[in-house]
Each structure stands twice: as structure tokens, then as C-alpha cells.
Design a protein around this ligand. Structure first.
Ligand code: SF4
Ligand code: SF4
Length: 178
């Protein structure tokens, strides 16, 4: 498992600075082989949201070719007969099921492949910077993970930015319902 890189994001900046900051963080994670921590807690909803955004069409199956292998854990639900025949129930790299950059056992792929590029090891501090909770993290060597991380940070920055731009008068007006 890759570890996370301890970075502090300053959200109180303009859009260009925010993009630059996130780009720097993404590049540092990639360079140092660290997971990309997203500003989202680990929940079923955020996992499904992230996985639904992954589009592997323009990638040469980096995760199945060179890893670090996402593929040693075999969940019994996904352990098909093909899996049971594998020595040590473990995949090599490049994966023996990779066929012309496609997974030959896609429907039976193990849980680690199914969940990829989601990783464990990400932590975010609460608003007081004290208690840490598990955050959603992505494998930084996956190009889609890097694209999604940038989008996630920028989308959350936009929401935060808009909220801080709402005046007290506007908030009062919204609360009064007119
Ligand atoms: S490295 Fe990422 S983008 Fe490439 S095939 Fe794996 S999950 Fe898809
Ligand atoms: S089982 Fe399929 S998805 Fe998993 S590493 Fe092998 S080719 Fe890739």
C-alpha cells in the first residue's frame, strides 16, 4: 500500500492558484509514489462516485502491466474457477489475464481490480486540524486517478469559494425565504 503525502491545501486562494497548488500536489504524489488523498471521507457513496468516473479507454492498462499490483487479494465472491487454478492464488505482472490491454476475466476480476484506483492509507484532519479520519485515496500512477483528483479538488474549491462570497444580507434573505 502506498502511503499518503502530508500536504496542506490552502483553500482560500483564487481558481488559478488552487489549480496550480493541486497540480503540484498531484505531481509530488506521483513522483514519490504516494497515494492521492481526496478531500472526501471514505464512504460507499464517494467510492461509487469515483469509480463511476474512471474511463480507461485511453490508457494502456498501466495498473495491469506494471503495478504496483492491485491484484493479490482474492475475495471469495470473485474467486472463479480460473482463479482457483492459479498457483498461490496470486497474479503476476504483467497480469496473465491481460489480453490486448483488456481483462480476459473482467466479470470475475478480483476485488482489488474492481476497486482500483481506490486505495487505503489516506487521512484528512477535521476542521480543527486535530482528529484524523480515513479519506478516500487514489493510486497516483493511474492517469484517471490524477484527472479525477484534480476535478474533485476544483469542484469542492468552487463550492467553498461560492459560499464565502455570499454576503450576510444574502444569507439572511435566503433564511427568511425571500
Ligand atoms: S491505470 Fe487507471 S486508467 Fe489505466 S487501466 Fe488502470 S484504472 Fe484504468
Ligand atoms: S485480473 Fe484483469 S483487471 Fe485485474 S490486473 Fe489482471 S487483467 Fe487487470
Amino acid at each position: 500500500m502506498e502511503e499518503d503525502l502530508k500536504v496542506e491545501i490552502n483553500w482560500d486562494v483564487d481558481q488559478d492558484k488552487m489549480r496550480e497548488q493541486v497540480q503540484g500536489m498531484i505531481e509530488a504524489c506521483r513522483r514519490w509514489g504516494k497515494v492521492l488523498v481526496l478531500p472526501l471521507s471514505m464512504s460507499e457513496e464517494s467510492i461509487f462516485l469515483i469509480l463511476s468516473q474512471v474511463d480507461c479507454r485511453n490508457c494502456d492498462a498501466i495498473c495491469c502491466q506494471s503495478g504496483p499490483a492491485p491484484v493479490t487479494l482474492l475475495d471469495s465472491e470473485y474467486a472463479s474457477m480460473k482463479w482457483k487454478k492459479l498457483p498461490e492464488r496470486k497474479l503476476s505482472l504483467p497480469c496473465q489475464f491481460l489480453d490486448c490491454n483488456l481483462c480476459a476475466i473482467y466479470k470475475d476480476r478480483p476485488m482489488n481490480c474492481l476497486m482500483f484506483p481506490i486505495q487505503r492509507g489516506g487521512r484528512i484532519a477535521d476542521k480543527y486540524g486535530k482528529n484524523h479520519e480515513e479519506a478516500l485515496a487514489l493510486a497516483s500512477y493511474c492517469p484517471e486517478a490524477r484527472r479525477i483528483a484534480m476535478r474533485a479538488y476544483m469542484a469542492i474549491w468552487e463550492v467553498k469559494y461560492k459560499i464565502t462570497k455570499v454576503s450576510t444580507e444574502e444569507i439572511s434573505r435566503i433564511l427568511r425565504g425571500h
